[in-house]
Ligand binder design. Sequence first.
Ligand code: AMP
Ligand code: MG
Length: 362
Amino acid sequence: METRIIKCDTEAFQPECVREAAACLHAGGLVAFPTETVYGLGGDGLNPEAAGKIYAAKGRPSDNPLILHIAEKDSVNMVAEEVSDKAWLLMERFWPGPLTLVLKKKPTVPAETTGGLNTVAVRMPSHPVALELIRQSGVCVAAPSANASGRPSPSKASHVYEDLKGKIDYILDGGSVDIGIESTIVDMTGTVPAILRPGYITPEQIEAAIGKVEFDPAVFSAATDIKPKAPGMKYTHYAPKGTLSIVEGDREAVVRRICAMVEEKQAAGYKVGVLAARETADRYRADTVLTIGCRAEPVTMAARLYACLREFDEEGTEFMYSEAFGGDSLGNAIMNRLLKAAGHRVIYAEKKPAEGLSCREQ
Ligand code: AMP
Ligand code: MG
């Protein structure tokens, strides 16, 4: 299959640029498109065959459900029932935007789209290309991130092409995305709403709108006996091809520890990379040193995270060490993705090497 790339200038956006791709979606084809979070791979979410094609193109496990994307808030009624007042409040406050709600599904949504669950995840994106594509296609667009399963999510069209060329019909190229990490997912089906995946919309913002929310216990845990409520969160995700470890601890100790490990791996003949904050990046002498951004600007760090992980791959990096980030809620969302990219391989800088390695390292 030939994958056609269509440029969609988001600044001077022309609705005609999505016409062909929208017709393709309507007819059951697959179209990758920019959203404000990451690029999505869209198909008709109420058509089991189209949903099946999404899983095949990405190599996605069939128990990992898809998020349905809609262009009007009221369209939620087409796919979900028993939508609570709190859910409506969140939609009013954050849609269009990077917030996904898990709701009780209507029978119209096929099991192929929800991975067999009786709930459905729904979001209204704010990106003009995404909204116009959904409107013109006339379908509810199931759209997981447009990467091959397990790879870092795509923040520009070339990432999508790299992973999915020849497997999908169209890529709408709207340049680099704004946010760079996936939407916050909130499960609205329990007594207390629960964050299943942290993202750009913070728990504080959600609590300000609807009161108490909790975190799904699996979000920051490496324990394998806690089953995440968002099935996709159980997979090693967003991972670069080499081995990534995160180094935690006092800032100076982290720098020293990473420098020592870089030296050791380079002496053994490996290509080594470091992912660092702007404040400390010039301290490292690895083959590839990538700066994710200033610690005080998590928004920049989120936007660069996946591009950095892909850049390590382009350089053929075999071992990568990342400083730990964090701080505010967005910093925590970045850490959540990094921990998964690293398969929860965390090294504590201040302990002696034998004690400091996590169980996976040992
Ligand atoms: P992606 O679209 O690639 O960002 O992945 C979508 C995420 O949403 C995955 O982690 C899914 O497991 C999660 N998800 C989708 N639908 C549901 C649902 N009905 N209940 C819980 N999690 C869901
Ligand atoms: Mg994904």
